[in-house]
Structure formats: structure tokens, C-alpha cells
Write a new protein. Structure first.
Length: 189
């Protein structure tokens, strides 16, 4: 039998783990039959999802550990430090939570908790991407990385602004993310 290219095996392995880790979040949603007409009702509905959320986080990190072990079986010359790998797994956890937080704010954006959960997801992504940029970017590309970091601070600021807006006018809170246009201004380049 002819040997298979290692890159193809790695790609399939990574793809299956990524797909499984992303699918975990699909079950975490407020059921359609739940009548959410107030902030308190939304909090109650979210509290009802706590067991699913705990199972999701545990399952994500179990799959992450299994993926890490699968990667360890491969002997690559480009190695990633354990600390970097752990940060990447946390980052990817929050990436896979985006469908949940997006659906929540899309359905219940008129209630502040939906905005807060979405903003917390975005803040976690922004905050985790900053040290990842610092660890992963080669020395000669640091100026570009600093621009990316400044944009992440604007991104985090826009998420915080959405939380503040949600305290007075939750249905306008998502417009705070338009502040990310500021990250494209010459001052941030």
C-alpha cells in the first residue's frame, strides 16, 4: 500500500476536530417555545442553559486535549510552545461561541444581557488575540503586529461601548461596533 501524505492526514485530523468542537455549541440556545419578554425572563432562560454550557466547555477542552495529543504524535519541525497552544485553545473556545452569542443578540438584542454576553465573547476574543499576536509574530513583522494590537484595543472598546449603550438603549447597542472603523484610520496604521 502506498503511504499517504502527512499533510493530508493532519488536515483531515484538524478539520474533524474543528468541526466537532464547533458543533458542540449548536445545542446551546434558548428553546423556541420559551417566552422571553423581559430581561428577567432572558436571565431565567439563560440560567436554564447552564448545564449545557458546562458540558460544552468541558467537552471543548476534552476535544482540545485529544487534538493536542494527536498533534504531539506528529513530529513537526515548527513547534508551538505549550503556553501558546493553551492560549490558542482558549481563543478557539470563544471563536466557537460566536454562533451562540450572535444568535442570542440577534433574537434578544432588545435586552441588555444578550448584548453583554455577545460583548463578553468579543472582548475575550480581542483580549486573547493580543498575546497571541505577540507570541506568534516574527520579530521583523512586529510593526504590523502592533497595528493589529491597536485595532484589537479599538475592538474591545467598541464591545465595552455596546455594553454602556445597552444600559440605556439596548436595541442600539450593536451600532457601537461601527467604532471599529476607527481602527482603519491612519492613526492606527
Amino acid at each position: 500500500m502506498r503511504p499517504f501524505p502527512k499533510a493530508r492526514v493532519d488536515a483531515l485530523t484538524d478539520g474533524i476536530f474543528a468541526f466537532a468542537m464547533t458543533l458542540l455549541v449548536v445545542d446551546i440556545r434558548v428553546p423556541d417555545g420559551v417566552d422571553v419578554t423581559s430581561t428577567d425572563a432572558l436571565w431565567q432562560a439563560l440560567a436554564g442553559l447552564s448545564a449545557q454550557a458546562v458540558a460544552y466547555v468541558i467537552s471543548f477542552f476534552v476535544l482540545g486535549a485529544m487534538w493536542r495529543n494527536a498533534v504531539a504524535l506528529r513530529h513537526d519541525t515548527d513547534a508551538v510552545a505549550a503556553r501558546t497552544l493553551h492560549l490558542w485553545l482558549w481563543f478557539l473556545l470563544f471563536v466557537t461561541m460566536v454562533p451562540f452569542s450572535s444568535a442570542l443578540v440577534g433574537r434578544y438584542g432588545q435586552f441588555p444581557p444578550a448584548v453583554w454576553i455577545y460583548a463578553a465573547n468579543m472582548i475575550a476574543l480581542g483580549a486573547l488575540s493580543i498575546p497571541l499576536h505577540r507570541m506568534e509574530v516574527p520579530q521583523d513583522a512586529r510593526p504590523q503586529a502592533r497595528r493589529g494590537e491597536r485595532r484589537m484595543f479599538v475592538f474591545i472598546g467598541s464591545a465595552l461601548a455596546s455594553v454602556l449603550v445597552s444600559l440605556w438603549a439596548p436595541h442600539y447597542a450593536m451600532y457601537a461596533y461601527l467604532l471599529n472603523v476607527l481602527g482603519r484610520l491612519p492613526a492606527f496604521r
